[in-house]
Ligand binder design. Sequence first.
Ligand code: PMP
Length: 466
Amino acid sequence: MTINVAKISKLDRASVLHPFTQLADFASGKLGDPIIVETGKGIRIQDATGKELIDGFAGLYCVNIGYGRTEVAEAISRQAYRLAYYHTYAAHTTDELAILSDRLVRMAPGKMSKIFYGMSGSDANETNVKLVWYYNNLRGKPKKKKIISRMRGYHGCSVVSGSLTGMSFYHDHMDLPVSGIIHTGAPHHYWGAEAGESELAFSARRATELDELIQREGADTVGAFIAEPVLGTGGITPPPEGYWSAIQEVLKKHDVLLIADEVITGFGRTGSMFGCHHYGIEPDLITIAKGLTSAYFPLSGSIVSEKVYQVMEEGAAKVGAFSHGYTYSGHPIGAAAANAVLDIVEKENLPGNARVVGDYFQKRLSATFAQLPIVGEVRGVGLMGAIEFVADRDRKTRFDAGLKVGARVSKAARDRGLIARAMPHGDILGFAPPLVTTKEEVDEIVSIAEAAVREVMDELSRETAI
Ligand code: PMP
C-alpha cells in the first residue's frame, strides 16, 4: 500500500490530539510533519517516506519480541475469526484467558493467586489502588488507605496513577496529585547521596526516611507503597545496593502492602523474568502491561497475591460481589496475543538474551560514554540503559535546561537512524531496545549514539567558547 504522505499529514494535524506533544508548535508546523510509521521488522521501523530507523526504545519499552512477528498476528487473527469478544463478568471466560492466567500465576514472583485484567498500565495501577482500599476495608481498617510512591516514579497518567507518578510536570495544570498520595525520595545514588556516602548507607537512609514518613502519617493510615523495581521513565535507574531489602523490612514492620509496578521490567527486560526476581522483591500486588503482549494488543493485569486474595474471598460473604471490571477485562484477542507472545518469550529465552546481550550492552555503554567530559553517569541493567549528561562532572552540575542537551542528542541520533529517547527528567538519553536485539545490533546502536553524543558535545564546546 502506498501512503499519501501529504494527505495523511494534513488529516493528522487537523484531527489527532497527540500525547506529550507541544500543541502550538505542532499545529503551526514548527515541529515538522507527523512521522507516519508504516512497517516494522525485528528492531527496525520504517516510515512512509521509506526512512528506516533502529528502534532503540522498543516503542515505549514494550515491543519486546520485536516487530513483524507473524506468529502473534496469526494468533490474533485466529481468535478474531473464532470469537472476537466476550466479557468476563459473572464467571464467563475463554480458553485463551484461563490458560494465560494459569501461566502468569506460575511465572510471577511470590505466592500469587489471581489476575485481574485491564487495557493499560495506568488502569492496572488504578485497580491496584482500589484493591488496597478494598482489602483494608474488608480487614476492618478503613483508615489504612494512603499510598506512598516515589519521586521520579512513573505509574501512568490517569487520575490516580498520574498522582502516583512522582514528577511534577505530569501534575502541573491537571490538578494532580489527588489527596491520599504521598511521595518519598528517589533511589538514585548519583544525585541523592551525600559526599562519600556508600550505596548501602544511602539505601539505609532512604529506608529510614520511609519509616519516619509512615510513622509521621500513622501506620494505621498507610495502605501501600508502590514502586518500579527499576525506576523507568524517571531516568532508567537501577536501585542502589541494599535498597530493596531495607525498604521491604520497613513495609513489613508497618503492615504496608507492596505494589511492584512491573510494567517495564516484567517479562525479561532486566535479564530475569520479573524485576522482582532480579532484586529479591516479594510483592503483594504486581502491575503488568507492555511486555505481556509486546504491545501487539492493549492488555494489562493486576496480579493479586494469595494474602490479598484470601481476604477478598472471605469478605465476599459480607459485601457480596467484587464490583469492579471493564468491558474489555480479559479480552480474548488480548489473551490470545499474550499467549503467543509468551510462547516466544519462553522458547527464545528472551530474559536470557536480555541478560547476555544486556551485559554486553552495559559494558559497551560504559566503555564508550562514561569518560566523556559531558557525561555524569552511565547506568542500566539488562536491556535498559541511560546516559546522563552534566555540565560539570566534578561538581555534578546540570546543564542549563534551555540548552536542551538530552533532546539535542536524541535528535542527532534520530537523524542518523536511531531512536533513543530523551527522558523527561534531566538531560538523559535512554535505551530500551527489543529483547531480541543481538550483539551486532548493540554495536550499531552504540556507534550511532556515540556519533550523536560527540556531535552535540562539539556543538556545546563551540557555543560555550563564544
Ligand atoms: N507503569 C510504568 C512503570 C510505566 O512505565 C508505564 C508506562 N510507561 C505505566 C505504568 C503506564 O502504562 P500505560 O501507558 O499503558 O497506561
